[in-house]
Write a protein that binds this ligand. Structure first.
Ligand SMILES: [Zn+2]
Length: 129
């Protein structure tokens, strides 16, 4: 089986700590000190209340598949793109990897895994738990 090449994410001041943590096998989310909501993708301003009192929090790295789509046409290697809802309650757009793509189901329990990218830091993805 051919491995899909994962494009390197573009690093910004807002997401640098996120990818530094990913390089150490840790998944981070942002939590707002103003309203208490967690969010993803990392931003320094809370998307719910626009507070700038957001900080990093360790995520457990487990969640469930909210929705997904398997891409097979026009791509060199088929892959599964999905929204995974973390135990912390926030959803992230990600890929489901290292499994039979025909067996992926909504509501399936998944856990984080880190996939090397093409010349960049590893990227958090999910695999069946
Ligand atoms: Zn907030």
């Amino acid at each position: 089986m051919t491995e899909r090449k994962i494009p390197a994410p573009s690093i910004s001041p807002e997401n640098k700590a996120y990818f530094d943590a990913a390089a150490q096998g840790k998944l981070l989310i942002r939590k707002c000190g103003g309203c208490g909501e967690v969010h993803h993708y990392p931003r320094s301003i809370c998307p719910f209340c626009f507070s700038d009192k957001t900080e990093w929090q360790d995520a457990k790295g487990t969640g469930t598949i909210y929705t997904y789509s398997v891409l097979r046409r026009g791509v060199p290697v088929p892959y599964c793109i999905a929204y995974v809802t973390l135990e912390e309650g926030v959803s992230m757009l990600t890929n489901i990897v290292d499994c039979d793509l025909d067996a992926v189901r909504i509501g399936q329990k998944v856990k984080v895994t880190f996939k090397p990218s093409d010349g960049g830091p590893p990227v958090p993805m999910f695999t069946p738990a």
